[in-house]
Write a protein that binds this ligand. Sequence first.
Ligand code: HEM
Length: 121
Amino acid sequence: MPDTQSIYADIGGREAVEAVVSDFYDRVFDDPVLEPYFEEVDREALYAHQVQFVSAVAGGPVSYEGADMRAAHEGMGISGDAFGRVATYLGEALRENDVAEEHVETILAEVGALEPDVVGQ
Ligand code: HEM
């Protein structure tokens, strides 16, 4: 696992992660391929879990309290294309919020490693 310990603090802590996640979901919900997956979802709970999740991936002192990635995406039949779109929006949201490129790449690599748990379940 790469050293993610300083990323959370480096990018600006909780406030920065909240801005990234908010921007990320704006992009996801604006995408007609992705939006239908989220129609029935409690978006406030999703947002809260995603803030925890991204904080934890970035090495922040936050514990993720949601479902594990396989369980969270089970039965959705998510395609590789949909996964790629979500990962792209996360990258855009990170860059848009001035996260340094090396940190963007580390976070995207961590998230990319989750593809087998998310796609085709
Ligand atoms: C890039 C990789 C992804 C990550 C890191 C990720 C992360 C998460 C997290 C942390 C949750 C919250 C789980 C919970 O509240 O217990 C979640 C839920 C969800 N994700 Fe993802 N996700 C990814 C890709 C996708 C894709 C590609 C789709 C669909 C196209 C998707 C659709 C959903 C839906 C619909 C939920 C809500 C599940 C529910 O509350 O019943 N995710 N995801």
